[in-house]
Design a protein around this ligand. Sequence first.
Ligand code: ACO
Length: 435
Amino acid sequence: MAITTQAASKPGTVDLAYDGKSLSMPIIEGSEGEIGIDVAQLRNKTGMITFDPGFGNTGACRSTITFIDGERGILRYRGYSIEELAARSSFLEVAWLLINGELPTGTELETFSREVIHHTMVHQDFGRFFDGLPKDAHPMPVCAAAVGALATFYQQPETEQSIHDSVTRLIAKMPTIAAYSYKHSLGQPFMYPRNVLDYCSNFLHMMFANPCEEYAVDPVLAKAVDLLLILHADHEQNCSTSTVRVVGSSRANLFASIAAGISALWGPLHGGANQQVIEMLDRIESEGGDVRAFVDRAKDKKDNSRLMGFGHRVYKNFDPRATILKKACTDVLNAKGLASRQLEIAMALEEIALSDDYFISHKLYPNVDFYSGIIYKALGIPVNMFTVMFTLGRLPGWIAQWIEMRHDPETRIVRPRQIYTGPTVRGYVPMEART
Ligand code: ACO
């Protein structure tokens, strides 16, 4: 079958020519000029499907939430630049923005913050849920299971009001669940939330306080957590967000959809990379601190080492979140009078890699994970909680995407096709005839 595509005579369409026939497909243009071919009629009209493993060329939806231009290092939530939001906003304000589409008024933010604070506690029976899990359980599956289990406590039929309540409950209870998963691994008693504290201070209190002594939350650390959560709050159709949309497309409820997103985020190719950066920096240090030798290994195709925290599927110039975090890292460490050998090694690695032909020609730059682990370490967050921190940040993005998907008249249950490459039809072989 001969197939060609070409710009069509009719403006705003692309023609697919195949087997002497042709199909005209509309071109869709986004508000920032990105262009897609609408292939919705392809199979109906031609019997053919598209083949795109990893969906690198596939637009799954129209979205008004987050814009990324990987070539120019641009990230915007609802049109606002990540740099401006990081400098001027707070996580709860950004959560409201992502979910509602506009920055909140003072009254809206106050009401939202009050509602969130009101819902931080989990049901007493829910606390016992953790008892059934092994002490050495990784906190990510604990969080995924706990968020899924929330659906058993809130079983109201789906209405605009019940979705609103689920959104508030999720944002309110996620820090409590995250801190409980950590306390469970330590065998320490759970700390109740303290509703006089702001969102991030409350999280740090539940993580690090214990009933035996006073714990004062350090505002520098709380501010750093707030920044980290803002930077992770959304990143359009990544693996975990797509998972949330796919699960939600079956009309599964918000808790079930977010639980699936947490599981997707857990993977080392997605949210797990920040942990690997710290492990890489520690390894370089334990092997004598020879940064240049490690960079050479990362370039060597016979060696499995990669420069973790470098490179990104979308960003091909710089990751704007990494630029913000690099400065935040030095600010936090300076403010706390902390020295970090890991930061020194990271900066030396960055300097060598950014002037190296291999990294320049492959368009490899530090990504958000390159510096986030160093801040988490400085905050006292244990390494296996790094991806949980990512979860806390990404939650409003998942929620916003789930709501957008539910309201989108173009949403259909997600059901990709395949190119079958297995055996063609064959007769059943009786057991005695099998060799
Ligand atoms: N160190 C050394 N070489 C690298 C690196 C790296 N970190 N990343 C990519 N390359 C090289 C590859 O070897 C390949 O080289 P080649 O074309 O000469 O064979 C080329 O760059 C392209 O690499 P791909 O893996 O095909 O690029 P892809 O876009 O699929 O992967 C990814 C992007 C997974 C982020 C990759 O750059 C990587 O593995 N980075 C390290 C892990 C990491 O930091 N992940 C976190 C990403 S950010 C996030 O998820 C929040």
